[in-house]
Design a protein around this ligand. Structure first.
Ligand code: ADP
Ligand code: MG
Length: 599
């Protein structure tokens, strides 16, 4: 075949392939146009998961009738004039491609009117062929109507998922945009039912309830953080509320929904040591940074961005989220029905099961911040009402001024050489000695590390440790880091190392165990950030060095453990995210013994 120029029809279908992948992409482009046009109210109608019809009507500024033909042409935009503008984009659109792309793969009708014209105009584009302009009466604003998407690209149609899936993608997209723009009114309907309707009153948590349900929305922690021209607002889930994948981690950057690995990594770092391995938070976060610091022109569907100052963005997000999390991390509370059962319940759906990680959390959050904020409380189940009773009987959260701290505990003793039993002002605490000690060692070590002062102690007899070749290789790479941590380790022969000093914190423990711990699971560390590597390293060593379950402790040791735990910043979980303690409240004990309430 000889070389020839593609017909404009084929060329635009190829281009459309990048931008318009599925019905939800059409919705996204039309929505973004409405938002760019300053619409206060946006009505979206879909039929057959958007395959038959997608209509987006807005009350924005409109398109002048003499520009309508241009609007649907490729590379035609009112949002960008010079190439320099590309580096300070404050609109969602700028590529001038969406309408042309949609028009080339569907039957599209754009109807629009601007303020200073008496009438509106309508233009049809079918499979890339533009029809003629007609005059119509309408209010100021624009309606984009897209019928029979991909009717002329049957191959695309075949790639679409089930109607349920495509429909869900649209619902989620619109809800997320509604959340990002709480001051605009959104209405999504499918021809029969209204799926989502927001009031535009700016209340994000109510929209969050539409996305995740009232229960989850109530538990989400709010973030409001400002720093040097950067702003982060929105919600993150408490540590008791997780998912098994990252799909619910969403970020908007300057009003644009983006998928950015560095942002989710920053967020996950904030949760570091607070979540169980393999669990991920839910978030709806909105980052605002000066437009000239983001490059949005790196992805055809504008779903990715690049930051001028990646490190700064990263640390801002990480710190903001961490602060919100540490301000609130609860002691898991044991529900009465737990007695006699074991914990086999996945933490994400604890609400209707025995051990309820979320209850203690939910109660305090409701008391302190949330009560009355959500009006959607009508159809409470019996279980929920019961829980609300408990809410009311809880002491106000303000009695504990730092919520993540634990109360002063009076030691009662040790059971099974594994748990400490203690009394607090509000009942009984069972403390896992290993998890607690792990947390204590970790925080001490990290604090000393932050001060760049880890007391190191020489071993009377240096210990020689031989590692498997692969591990030895990993350890070699970490020798400088180890030095920061107070280890004095030297290569001593093939795959053999000599430990001459260890952090004083670990004195008395077996140095070879420490070395093995340092390289264990190391492959899994993929973070580019040195401080995360170090925190993981520290967490691993502390786990190995901590007292074990089954180890009898003297009275003195038990007391010291409790005392040290009280002094921790995050006393309620071990560095790997497991709880260090469970709490049996006085209230719960009274019910259990039939002293109060009917149960
Ligand atoms: P872009 O958004 O990248 O500029 P589009 O193809 O999406 O490109 O739209 C082309 C132009 O049409 C926009 O620049 C804008 O001027 C106009 N336009 C599209 N949709 C709307 C709308 N809903 N309200 C007002 N103007 C619109
Ligand atoms: Mg656009």
């Amino acid at each position: 075949m000889s070389i020839r120029l593609l017909s404009s029809e084929v060329a635009s279908q190829i281009a459309a392939g990048e931008v318009i992948e599925r019905p939800a992409s059409v919705v996204k482009e039309l929505l973004e146009n409405s938002l760019d046009a300053g619409a206060r109210s946006i009505t979206i109608t879909i039929e057959e998961a958007g395959k038959k019809l997608i209509e987006v009507a807005d009350d924005g500024s409109g398109i002048p009738s003499n520009e309508l033909e241009l609007a649907v042409a490729r590379h035609a935009t009112s949002k960008l004039a010079r190439s320099a503008d590309l580096f300070s984009i404050s609109t969602l659109g700028f590529r001038g491609e969406a309408l042309a792309s949609i028009g080339s793969v569907s039957r599209m009708t754009i109807t629009s009117r601007v303020q200073n014209e008496q009438e509106g105009a309508r233009l049809k584009v079918e499979g890339g062929m533009t029809g003629s302009l007609t005059k119509v009466g309408r209010t100021v604003g624009t309606t984009g109507r897209v019928e029979d998407l991909f009717y002329n690209v049957p191959a695309r149609l075949k790639f679409l998922k089930s109607d349920v899936t495509e429909r869900r993608a649209i619902d989620l997209l619109v809800t997320r945009y509604a959340l990002a723009y709480p001051d605009r009114r959104f209405k999504l309907s499918d021809g029969k039912n209204v799926v989502l309707q927001t009031t535009g009153d700016g209340d994000r948590r109510a929209i969050l309830a539409a996305l995740y349900g009232v229960d989850v929305a109530k538990q989400m922690l709010e973030i409001q953080s400002q720093e040097e021209g950067y702003g982060l607002t929105g919600f993150i889930s408490p540590t008791s509320l997780t998912r098994s994948n990252r799909k619910e981690i969403t970020f908007f950057v300057n009003g644009r929904w983006v998928h950015d690995v560095s942002l989710s990594t920053a967020l996950l770092q904030a949760y570091h040591t607070l979540l169980m391995v393999g669990r991920y938070p839910l978030t709806a976060l909105f980052l605002e940074i000066p437009p000239e610091e983001v490059d949005v022109n790196v992805h055809p569907a504008k779903a990715e961005v690049r930051f001028r100052n990646q490190e700064k963005v990263f640390s801002f997000v990480q710190r903001s989220a961490r602060k919100a999390l540490l301000a609130y991390s609860p002691v898991p509370n044991v529900a009465p029905s737990l007695w006699g059962t074991t914990r086999t319940v996945p933490p994400e759906q604890p609400r209707h099961t025995g051990l309820d990680w979320a209850i203690g959390h939910d109660e305090q959050l409701s008391v302190s911040t949330l009560r009355g904020q959500l009006s959607v409380e009508k159809d409470q189940s019996l279980a929920n009402q019961d829980k609300r009773l408990e809410i009311d009987s809880q002491p106000p959260a303000s009695t504990q001024n730092v919520q993540s701290a634990i109360p002063l505990l009076r030691l009662i003793g040790q059971i099974g050489a594994t748990y400490l039993v203690a009394e607090g002002p509000d009942g009984l605490y069972l403390i896992d000695q290993h998890a607690a000690h792990e947390r204590i060692l970790f925080e001490k070590l990290m604090a000393q590390h932050a001060m760049k002062n880890i007391p190191s102690q020489s071993l009377l007899t240096p210990a020689a440790v031989t590692l498997p070749p692969h591990s030895a290789h990993l350890l070699m790479a970490q020798l400088p880091t180890l030095q920061h941590f107070g280890f004095d380790v030297e290569e001593f022969g093939p795959n053999t190392f000599q430990v001459r000093a260890m952090p004083a914190l670990f004195m008395g423990s077996d140095p070879s165990v420490a070395l093995h711990a340092l390289v264990e699971d190391f492959e899994e560390d993929e973070s580019p950030l040195q401080n995360e590597v170090e925190a993981k390293l520290a967490a691993r060593v502390c786990k190995r060095m901590a007292v074990k379950a089954g180890q009898a402790l003297s009275n003195e040791e038990q007391r010291a453990l409790l005392h040290d735990l009280e002094a921790c910043d995050s006393p309620r979980t071990c560095p790997h995210g497991r709880p260090t303690m469970i709490h049996l409240s006085v209230d719960m004990l009274e019910r259990q013994f039939g002293r109060r309430g009917a149960r």
